[in-house]
Design a protein around this ligand. Structure first.
Ligand code: FES
Length: 139
């Protein structure tokens, strides 16, 4: 059911944890299953130099977050904003269709962290939306 890459990232997730002096933090909930994701980014000269995640999501959420953080690290803010859940799933050699919603957590969490970073630094939001408020995350 899962590709070897999904199993690898699920068993050995990269970039799990917290960044104490993060430039931006994004917290989102998955409206489909109610699972939660928190992403921390460190930004220097418009480049994401470090990124970490914590999730209460399932195995597919862990694998996609691990891959998304690997793909986002070293990218500019503009490049990171182009990272879609589809691209993350493709980098993992695909996800079962029923698990595609899990990959939204990483992509949405990253966008939320970038939103937070831009807001804190008074940077133009360029149409970036605030993270949607998921009732499951704020109880
Ligand atoms: Fe909730 Fe996968 S089932 S993130």
């Amino acid at each position: 059911m899962y590709s070897a890459k999904v199993m690898d990232h699920f068993s050995h997730p990269r970039n799990v944890g917290v960044i104490a002096d993060a430039s931006g933090i994004g917290e989102v909930g998955n409206p489909v299953c109610g699972d939660i994701m928190k992403i921390y980014i460190k930004v220097e000269n418009n480049i994401i130099t470090d990124i970490k995640f914590q999730t209460f999501g399932c195995g597919a959420a862990i694998a996609t977050s691990s891959m998304a953080t690997e793909l986002a690290k070293g990218k500019s803010i503009e490049e990171a904003l182009l990272l879609t859940n589809q691209a993350v799933a493709e980098a993992l050699d695909g996800l079962p269709p029923i698990k595609m919603h899990c990959s939204n957590l990483a992509a949405d969490g990253l966008r939320a962290a970038i939103y937070d970073y831009k807001k804190k630094n008074g940077l133009p939001l360029d149409g970036l939306e605030p993270p949607h408020d998921c009732c499951a995350c704020h109880q």
